[in-house]
Ligand binder design. Structure first.
Ligand code: UDP
Length: 371
C-alpha cells in the first residue's frame, strides 16, 4: 500500500512525487511509456540531446519556480530566437524591429508603430474577437498574412477566425531590436537534458514504466490511498461525454552528415504550402552559437507535422476553444466527484500550460495536499 500512486512521470507527476516523498509519504510513480519525463523527454543521439516529443525551452518569471527547478538541473544560457521562413524570405521572431524593418523597410519604432496602426485601421478592427483579428490588431495585415496565418492554420488545423485570441498573445510584440522570444526573467535548457532533470526529481522514488493505468485501473487504485492522475481527463472517464480535441504532432527525425543545417535551433515555416510547421536543429539548444559546439561533425533535425488527434495518437496541445471548454467543464465536474483522485498537468487539466506553469500548479497542489 502506498500513500500516493502517481500516474505519469512528466513534470507534474515528478514534482508531486518529489515533494510527497520529502513529506514522508510513500509514493509509486507509473507511466505507460518506456521512459520517464513525459513530453520533455530527451534522448542522446550522436552526442546531442534530442527533444523527442517536441522542443521545450524553459522560461519563467516566477522566481519560486526558478529557485525550485534549479535544484535539479543547471541551466545553460540558451535564449530562444526562432527564425521565420516564408517562401525563403527570413524574418526575425518574435515580432520586433528587425521583423518590421525587413517587412516594411521602416527604421524607427515610430515608423513601425504607424505602419501597424495604419493596417489595423484599414482592417477596421476595434475589439478583436478571434485570433485573426487579434493578430492584425497587434502587428497588422502583412505580418499576419506572411508570418501568422499559414503557421497557425497548419498548427491548429482550423481557420484563424475560429481560434481563441489568447494563443497569439503568447508572443511578444516589441518596438525594440530584441529577438528574445520570451518575456521571461529566467530562461535556459537544462545541461545534460530534461530527462536527467526529471530523473533527479525522481531520485529514490519507485518508478514503474510500461504500465498502463487505465487498462488495470481497479488493481492500481487498490494500491494507494490517493491517485495523482496526469493523463488525459476524457480518457480517464472512457470518453463517456465525448472526446476533447487535441492537436497531435508527428516528428520526422534525421541525422545529417554536416555540422550545421540551419544555423538556429528553430526555423518556423510560416507559409501554408510547406507541410511541416517547423524544423528543430537540436544541437543549438545545447551549445549555443559559440564555436565549441561547431566541431560536432553531425547534426540531428526534426521536422514537425501537426495533425488532429484521434484515439491512439499522442495528445500534445489541448484546443482551448469555447466548445472544448464547455466539454472540459463537464468532465471537471465528474472529476470533482472522484474523491480519491487529483487531476493535474496539461492533459489532466486540459490546459495549454508551459513548463513553469505546470511546476507552479504542482507545487500549489503539494501545499494543499501535503500540508
Ligand atoms: N505563431 C505564429 N507564427 C510563428 C510562431 C507562432 O503565428 O512563427 C503563433 C501560432 O498561432 C502559434 C502561437 O503563435 O500557435 C504560439 O506559438 P508558440 O511558439 O508559443 O507555440 P509552442 O512553442 O507552444 O508550440
Amino acid at each position: 500500500m502506498y500513500d500516493y500512486l502517481i500516474v505519469g512521470a512528466g513534470l507534474y507527476g515528478a514534482v508531486f512525487a518529489h515533494e510527497a516523498k520529502k513529506a514522508g509519504k510513500s509514493v509509486l510513480v507509473i507511466d505507460k511509456r518506456p521512459n520517464i519525463a513525459g513530453n520533455v523527454y530527451t534522448e542522446k543521439v550522436e552526442g546531442i540531446n534530442v527533444h523527442k516529443y517536441g522542443a521545450h525551452i524553459f522560461h519563467t518569471n516566477n522566481k519560486k519556480v526558478w529557485n525550485y527547478i534549479t535544484q535539479f538541473a543547471e541551466f545553460n544560457r540558451f535564449t530562444n530566437s526562432p527564425v521565420a521562413n516564408y517562401h525563403g524570405e527570413l524574418y526575425s521572431l518574435p515580432f520586433n524591429m528587425y521583423t518590421f524593418n525587413k517587412m516594411w523597410g521602416v527604421v524607427t519604432p515610430e515608423e513601425a508603430a504607424a505602419k501597424i496602426e495604419e493596417q489595423r485601421k484599414t482592417a477596421g478592427i476595434t475589439e478583436p474577437k478571434n485570433l485573426e483579428e487579434q493578430a492584425i490588431s497587434l502587428v497588422g495585415t502583412d505580418i499576419y498574412e506572411k508570418l501568422i496565418k499559414g503557421y497557425t492554420e497548419k498548427q491548429w488545423g482550423r481557420p484563424c477566425t475560429e481560434l481563441p485570441s489568447f494563443i497569439i498573445k503568447r508572443l511578444p510584440v516589441r518596438l525594440t531590436f530584441d529577438n528574445n522570444y520570451f518575456n521571461a526573467l529566467y530562461q535556459g535548457i537544462p545541461v545534460g537534458g530534461y530527462t536527467k532533470m526529471v530523473a533527479n526529481l525522481l531520485d529514490g522514488i519507485e518508478v514503474r514504466l510500461n504500465e498502463d493505468y487505465l487498462a488495470k485501473k481497479a488493481e492500481y487504485d487498490a494500491m494507494a490511498d490517493k491517485v495523482i492522475y496526469t493523463g488525459a481527463i476524457d480518457a480517464y472517464f472512457g470518453y463517456k461525454l465525448g472526446t476533447l480535441e487535441y492537436r497531435s504532432v508527428r516528428f520526422e527525425n534525421e541525422t545529417l552528415d554536416k555540422p550545421n543545417f540551419q544555423g538556429n535551433a528553430a526555423v518556423n515555416y510560416t507559409d501554408v504550402e510547406t507541410p511541416w510547421t517547423r524544423i528543430i536543429e537540436h544541437k543549438w539548444f545545447e551549445f549555443g552559437k559559440d564555436e565549441e559546439g561547431n566541431d560536432l561533425p553531425k547534426t540531428v533535425i526534426s521536422r514537425e507535422y501537426s495533425s488532429e488527434w484521434k484515439p491512439g495518437d499522442e495528445p500534445y496541445y489541448p484546443v482551448n476553444d469555447e466548445k472544448n471548454g464547455q466539454l472540459y467543464a463537464q468532465y471537471k465536474e465528474l472529476a470533482e466527484k472522484e474523491l480519491k483522485v487529483i487531476f493535474g498537468g496539461r492533459l489532466g487539466e486540459y490546459k495549454y500550460y508551459d513548463m513553469d506553469a505546470v511546476i507552479a500548479s504542482a507545487l500549489d497542489m503539494c501545499e494543499k495536499e501535503l500540508a
